[in-house]
Design a protein. Sequence first.
Length: 467
Amino acid sequence: MSAPIPILFPVETINRELDFRLVMAALSARAHNRIYIGLHETLMRLCRHLDHGVYLGKNAIRPHFPDRLDDYHLLKSRQFCFVHLDTEGAVYPGTEERWRQVLHSRLHPDHLAGDDYVLTWGDFQRDTYRMRAPNLADHILTTGHPGFDLYRPDWRPYFEADARKQRQRYGDFILVNTNLARTNNRMGRDFVFSSYNGFDPDSPASRRHTIESWARQTEQLSRFVRLVHELSQRFGHQSIVLRPHPSEDPALYERIFAGLPHLHVLHQGPVAPWLLACRCLIHDGCTTGLEAHLAGRPVINFHPDDSRGPDALFLPNLFGQHCTSIEEVLDAVASLTRRPRRELPPRPATPPSDPRALALLHNFRGEALPLILEVLQQAQRSLSPQGAPSDALLYAEELAGQVVERTKALARPLSHRHRVANAYARGKFPGFDPRDIARRLARVQALIGRSVRHRVFSPGLLVVEAP
């Protein structure tokens, strides 16, 4: 009997990615495979003990294709099939020409091997990449993104227990989401104006674009601060939850809004339960606005006309009630909160009328999970692993990795930059909690009607397989 085929699911941001990774793992687990879910760096360390597997994600190629391909080449040297699925696959600024530029900055499919796949969120992305690599056209496929499937009515019960807890704790709350990392970045201004973030001070075009984007977001930050303060004064009987983008520094909001007991600056858990529990969402063109629409929740899009500029995100700005002033937002919230919540059940998510939106996101037309699982099955058909690491080896490897990490932690206080970077990384990936993983997988198994086994080997690695 051959060894189980290793399938690697990288997770960069737990709050954003873990749920759909667990769903995919439970649906795809079979006797002939074993799914490893973990931090990308952990999976690449593990990869040296694996062969003839599948890597489904985008982290093996980063930050800007094709700058760093070492991890991709390691996967190919171990006979892995690379299935590229972006976590930022449709929410782009500007119009079509700008979208193509973003797509080409994230991936050059002509660098991939013939047995690799590219899974795109929509037909626009698929066709753009097929033009770049016509020889791989049959392996560049539209699937949509699995995370959005979890907002469909048949998957919403997965989040209901957490949504109920939020309603019990915060009542009929107003959710405010910000996406202002260009001006309020957790890594500081050095990161915002860095080559890693795409800033080239020697390029007039790059310099102008970065400065203009920073200036617009700085103006929008001041507007949002004023808006949230006015909300707290006018709707003092309701809780307000301010949820910054994962790349933002929440300390700024915590300092500004200290002393307002009904205003909570939080970034706890995935956004889905918060969306399903809130009375309404206020955003400024972030992906959460799209998610709220898919979840059937009322959406208020606060975006003054003079703040849009060429960097305005196309897709999220299609949804909800558009408000260009603080007073318009206050009136919209008053209208939404006038009726009892029981009279406002989640609405079905209607597809947008703009054909460009339909071309950007398959999830408006159908499910992503079945299409992705079909590609996973195809990718596994010709694979024959020679062996698999034992549990003892996995535990030993992870223990050694934790020792190295603790040793590095001793030196971090000496470097402000490393302290900030580590805090940012831990904010995105605080580690797997075994009890939390068990709870989430129990919900998945109840919804799909089949059982799986799982083991958490470390804060950065868990395994899911058929019983």
